[in-house]
Design a protein around this ligand. Structure first.
Ligand code: SF4
Length: 397
């Protein structure tokens, strides 16, 4: 009897998700392919990467306040329900004392950062901005100021006839700590041109962010889905953020984006209402998981409770997110377009979201450094020895 040699088993090609789970870098086509895979499998890989890249026990958040110093804006984005023209009765510019009052309220609840942003108001002189930064630094020295989106910076460059370097140096000298990466939306110009013809284009957004990172400012990357953009456009958006992060890591001593924040388009009271598809909770969670996999060099991925509500934000902690954003003592822009009813969160509420999902909540600053470990038993009214014995959640301020 002749015995034939065993046929070698055909090698099983390694799947895209296996490679992603090993932390291998994916290209644009591979990132796009993730959107077509079953979400539970993509989420499992994203969560595994989150556990490996950040403290697996902890979920962080920040105590802060958004202060919108003016709602007058001449950009007129189709998706914005916040802006007003100068002649509208409810248009405003906040004076410094009004802003101080808001900051005192933030200080009273232990806040450490303000996000200071507004419309593009052609009537404000450079001295308004520099005076405001100096006022905040003088009267509220413990508060970090992350201010002026790339759109506002672009306006200042043109209006005040300054080079970008000169302008940023002036703002930094007056007290600027960081430049929020608002206005990222989808960083593909054909999407931007339809949603907001006069909106800052992607090249300018990256030019301004790059200069801010070079100068040591805090920055964060952002994304908004639901304009009707394709998966390929979403994948390219993520890739551009990853490339900028590589650049900042190589050239600016690692001062790249400290995190990635993503939310879904809200269109109530805007010209896009009924014209843009928006995005469901499933799409939101899918995008979050894809972002965690694609952005292998961005450490922190935030969940968005203002757009998605607390319950989806909590689920996000198993789709790649390691951070709950901030308490946001005040938010006016997303909520004007129909955000998820809630415009602020109590510390206790974010603590409960983290604890009930199985994590330890920690309070951070805007650079994602831990500054406090909240007393869970005291905040939730639970007996530390018997965490199931909840006594007073929902009671009190
Ligand atoms: S999103 Fe910003 S730039 Fe656009 S209209 Fe609203 S306030 Fe102006």
């Amino acid at each position: 009897m002749t015995v034939s040699a065993p046929t070698p088993a055909a090698a099983v090609p390694e799947s895209l998700l296996d490679r992603a789970a090993r932390g291998e870098r994916l290209d644009a086509a591979e990132i796009e392919a993730l959107y077509h895979l079953p979400l539970p499998e993509v989420a499992a890989v994203a969560h595994g990467l989150r556990l490996a890249r950040r403290d697996p026990e902890q979920v962080s958040f920040l105590i802060d306040r958004n202060i919108n110093y003016t709602n007058i804006c001449n950009v007129g984005c189709n998706f914005c329900a916040f802006y007003r023209t100068r002649r509208q009765a409810d248009s405003y510019v906040l004076d410094y004392e009004h802003i101080s009052q808001k900051i005192r309220e933030l200080e009273a609840v232990g806040g450490t950062r303000i996000l200071l942003q507004g419309g593009v108001n052609p009537e404000l002189p450079l001295e308004y901005y520099t005076g405001l930064l100096r006022h905040v630094k003088t009267h509220h020295p413990t508060i970090r100021i992350d201010a002026f989106s790339p759109e506002e910076v672009l306006f200042m460059e043109k209006a005040f006839g300054m080079s970008l370097d000169e302008l940023l140096d002036t703002l930094i000298a007056a007290g600027l700590d960081g430049l929020p990466g608002a206005g990222g939306e989808i960083l593909e110009d054909d999407v931007r041109a339809k949603a907001a013809p006069a909106r800052i284009r992607s090249a300018d957004w990256f030019r301004i962010i790059d200069a801010a990172q070079r100068k040591g400012l805090y920055t964060i990357s952002t994304m908004v889905i639901g304009f009707g953009e394709t998966y390929a456009q979403r994948a390219r958006h993520l890739l551009k953020i990853r490339e900028q992060q590589d650049r900042a890591n190589a050239l600016y001593g690692g001062n790249g984006f400290s995190g990635f924040a993503m939310w879904t388009l809200q269109t109530e009271h805007t010209r896009l209402h009924g014209k843009a598809p928006g995005a469901t909770a499933h799409e939101y969670l899918q995008q979050l998981a894809v972002a965690r996999i694609a952005l292998d060099n961005v450490p922190n991925i935030q969940a968005s409770w203002p757009a998605q509500g607390f319950k989806v934000a909590q689920a996000s902690l198993y789709y790649g997110a390691n951070d709950l954003g901030s308490t946001m003592l005040e938010e006016n822009v997303v909520s004007a377009a129909g955000g998820h009813q809630r415009v602020q969160a109590q510390v206790r509420e974010l603590v409960r979201i983290a604890v009930d999902a199985g994590f330890t909540p920690v309070i951070r600053n805007s650079r994602f450094e831990i500054i406090e470990r909240p007393d869970v038993a005291a905040l939730l009214g639970r007996d530390a020895a018997n965490p199931e014995a909840e006594r007073a959640v929902g009671a009190g301020a």
